[in-house]
Design a protein around this ligand. Structure first.
Ligand SMILES: Nc1ncnc2c1ncn2[C@@H]1O[C@H](COP(=O)(O)OP(=O)(O)OP(=O)(O)O)[C@@H](O)[C@H]1O
Ligand SMILES: [Mg+2]
Length: 498
């Protein structure tokens, strides 16, 4: 697109030496995130920027997603917004942007975030891979008087061309590695996971995903209703991973005050607060080499989200009341039954953290979507807790007709309760007390009314809602599965207030 030949007349020998060093470092690294974080840190040093970020461009959804954000001298609780105007411009022109005095730059008069954050200077480059904009390397300078100059621009321009090539190599290599992992897994894959009972197709699919991700080191986000077995899935991932002989530690996040949670997770130094009578290590250190399971991650207090992000990005953290930077190599598996994208919209959950946690998503299906597993589960619970008891077919049918809003945990509890109340050693339908309240709640979920009374429109709406739930609100995937256009689904979802 540009015929004008790039000039590099402002580059000093020191610049070239830095480029040489960074290029060598990049070629030795195989992990995309590692490369990006290292790059950002060094480029911030080089340019004196206050914010450096890699913004991934998701082509399918046509949106920009911040993958790494590194800041200097900005309080960690301050929100970092980006100017979409800048990103769109780069996407359109595929050219670097250098804005010396952004506040009075007429290009950005309407760009809200530039104004809000009092950004003085912006320097941003596309990373182009296989002729597509893969992402943007972005730097800005805010309250600080530092402005970028032509030398910075030339340096980054040369550098981003080299970085694009290096990234392309890494991505290609990773693609082959992933294919290899998948192939290997096909050969090794046990078709069941002992702790997880179930043979239904949805569970088979779940086992296969667990087997695949267990062999990698990526963060995993497990979603699903209460009692579906999210914690069991997290454990299975750990047990099947190379980390299996290192600790698996689970921490419940919900409703724990931020300061207590912070000292649990990161540890503290003696004297950090009243009552801190000795140094104490936190769970990240205790889990070093292993897996940390963060349950109900949606409840993580906002001020701790930045700290979790940091450890995910750099494996770095500090104990409370201590200045020393420590390192821990921990795989994070998080779970939630909340809709995190909704929390993001409400400003309660950091989007960048979400993308870090959600590298792989595992959706644990509700029990009503795998009712064929109920007999297996019932026998499993009987054998475990009441090996002398049996169950009649009629009683099993009663269980299979129910809708299980509390999922497997509810089933387990009802079996326990029934064994205590049962008249003799075989459970009959009349021994089983299903909570009225629960039946009512579950009936609302049942499409029975739909079958006999609903209009076609209502049935359609119901299916669309369900499908969106199944895909965790991912409209692209839901639209694909329904064989309708994304646009049609978006319109429908809007109409339904979803
Ligand atoms: N597939 C399964 N096979 C055997 N037991 C299961 C299965 N799924 C769940 N359970 C049992 O059901 C109970 C609930 O499971 P778990 O605690 O993993 O669910 P959860 O999704 O984490 O629930 P919550 O959202 O309430 O925290 C546990 O006692 C667990 O052993
Ligand atoms: Mg749980």
């Amino acid at each position: 697109m540009s015929n004008n030949i790039e000039k590099y007349d402002k580059l000093t020998e020191k610049h070239l030496a830095t480029i040489h060093r960074l290029t060598r470092q990049m070629s030795a690294m195989s992990d995309e995130e590692n490369v990006l974080d290292t790059l950002l840190n060094q480029l911030i040093d080089e340019t004196g920027a206050e914010v450096g970020a890699f913004i991934y461009y998701d082509q399918e959804q046509d949106r920009f997603i911040p993958r790494s954000i590194i800041t200097r001298g900005i309080p960690s609780n301050e929100e970092i917004n980006f100017s979409q105007t800048v990103f769109q411009q780069i996407l359109k022109t595929r050219q670097a942007i250098l804005s010396f005095d952004t506040q009075s730059d007429s290009n950005y008069q309407n760009a809200q975030s530039v104004i809000i954050n009092q950004i003085h200077s912006i320097l941003a480059f596309p990373l182009i891979i296989k002729d597509q904009v893969y992402g943007i390397l972005y730097f800005d300078s805010r309250k600080n008087r530092q402005h970028f100059n032509e030398a910075n621009r030339q340096f980054l321009s040369l550098f981003s061309a080299i970085a694009s090539l290096a990234m392309e190599q890494i991505l290609t290599r990773r693609k082959y590695e992933n294919e290899n992992i998948i192939l290997r897994n096909r050969l090794e894959q046990p078709s069941r996971i002992p702790a997880l009972i179930g043979e239904s197709p949805v569970m088979q699919k779940l086992f296969s995903i667990i087997n695949k991700v267990a062999k990698t080191d990526v963060s995993v986000l497990i979603t699903g209703e209460n009692g579906t077995g999210k914690e069991l899935v997290a454990r299975a991932i750990h047990d099947l991973s190379d980390r299996h002989d290192k600790p698996f530690i689970a921490q419940y996040i919900g409703n724990i005050p931020a300061t207590i949670l912070e000292s649990e997770l990161f540890g503290y130094k003696k004297g950090a607060f009243t009552g801190a009578t000795a140094d104490r290590i936190g769970l990240f250190e205790a889990a070093n080499g292993g897996t940390l399971f963060l349950d109900e991650i949606g409840d993580l207090p906002f001020e701790l989200q930045a700290k979790l992000l940091r450890i995910l990005q750099n494996k770095e953290f500090k104990r409370l009341g201590e200045n020393l930077i420590r390192h821990a190599d921990v795989r994070i598996v998080a779970a939630t039954n909340q809709d995190l994208t909704q929390l993001i919209k409400e400003g309660k959950f950091r989007e960048d953290l979400y993308y870090r946690l959600n590298v792989v998503r595992i959706v644990v299906p509700p029990l009503r979507d795998r009712k064929s597993d109920i007999p297996l589960l019932v026998n499993h619970f009987l054998q475990k807790d009441n090996p002398d008891m049996q169950i009649s077919n009629a009683a099993l049918k009663k269980l299979m007709d129910y809708n299980w809003p509390g999922n497997v945990r509810q089933l387990e509890n009802i079996i326990k309760r029934t064994c205590i109340m049962a008249a003799n050693s075989t459970i009959e339908p009349e021994d089983i007390q299903l909570d009225d309240l629960e039946v009512e709640a579950s009936n609302n979920l049942l499409p029975e009314k739909l079958e006999t009374e609903a209009t076609l429109e209502e049935i359609k709406n119901y299916i669309i809602k369900r499908r969106l739930e199944q895909f965790n609100g991912n409209k692209t995937r839901a639209a694909k599965s329904l064989n309708i256009s994304l646009r049609a689904l978006q319109l429908k979802a809007k109409e339904l207030g979803l």
